[in-house]
Design a protein around this ligand. Sequence first.
Ligand code: GTP
Length: 388
Amino acid sequence: MFKDQEMEQRYLTDRFLVDHLSIARAFIVFSLFYSIFVMVDLQLTFIEPKYFQFSIAQKMVVPIVGLLCFFYVNKNVSVRALDQAVFVYAVVFVINLFLSFYGYTHWTTEPVTLLEITMASVFVNLLISIYAPLRLHHQLLTTLFIALMTIVFVRHEIHLSGSKSSFCFAFLMIANGFAWSITVTIHRNFRRYWANKQERDIDNHRLRQEIQQRERLEIDLKRLAMTDTLTNIDNRRSFMEHLHREVKRAQRQHNPLSVINFDIDLFKHINDEFGHDVGDRVLVDVSRLVEERLRESDIFGRMGGEEFAILIPDGDLEDARKLAEILRQAFHHHSTLHQDKILKVTASFGVAQFKINEHIDDLLKRADQAMYKAKNAGRDCVKTQQQL
Ligand SMILES: Nc1nc2c(ncn2[C@@H]2O[C@H](COP(=O)(O)OP(=O)(O)OP(=O)(O)O)[C@@H](O)[C@H]2O)c(=O)[nH]1
């Protein structure tokens, strides 16, 4: 028995719930077994004919109660239902067994022997202790009850001399005590196994939690390594990874692919005039403005400082130019209010389309050149590779 009452209760509940099917099955098995016993009884010619029907009817009670218990348990599998069913079945079984022995002693020509009675009581004791997950003191009480009932029966039915009877009672008590000690060992092992399993479950649970935490951490780290901390969009590394992947796909599928490079105009002035914090806010603002106008498949990254790039998979030069123009106008018409002052930013855009088998660096270089061309053309405009 566990010292902790709560643990003991959990153990009993667990054992009951785990074993409810085996207990229900045990009812069926015992009921069938007992029915066979009844069949065998029909063949016993040494039972007096006038007691025959009573003997059969009395024995039939056990399988009937067993079946009823089985249906009751199956219908309502609660710990309480199991408890009640096991109790009812055990009581009927024990009473029936003793009635059978009584019958054999009185109605047959071959009375039952002390050894048979002892074996039966030990058997019943073992059966109840193993199948019914009782607390240890309940088990002890059950054992004592069965032993006492056996003694009363023997005393009443088998007339033994004084010395012989005390030897027989001692033998009965020892045999039942032995049965009890076996069940105690069995239950101690059950409890030890259960406690180990609980510990293992707790360890496994902790391990699973740790693994999940590590996985989450890894995802966070990966995300951090791929994200620009200020604007929360892809950083240069992530953008380049996407670009490599998309270029390979474009080459494989012979699809167009274009890149837009843009740089905020005269950003240094914003920093100098309003301070670095406001400059940062502008970068975040600009990122949101662009993000809102992109498709799901477009990839947007901050390449460093106030320079950004957009990758348009499946988009040709004209698609990219149109998008760059939309963004340019959005910048143009957008303004941020800072301490009663209206802050306006514009950007210069360079657009280039990927040429089959060209190196990625060449593609980016052409987009860069187009962007510088836009800067030289007075800023706030879009230039394509063709206009170089
Ligand atoms: N607030 C802020 N400023 C940055 C950041 N990264 C780069 N800068 C500033 O951006 C400015 C870029 O200035 P320049 O390269 O001279 O270009 P510009 O002033 O935008 O002029 P043009 O590109 O010729 O239109 C520098 O003053 C950098 O300090 C950043 O993360 N936050």
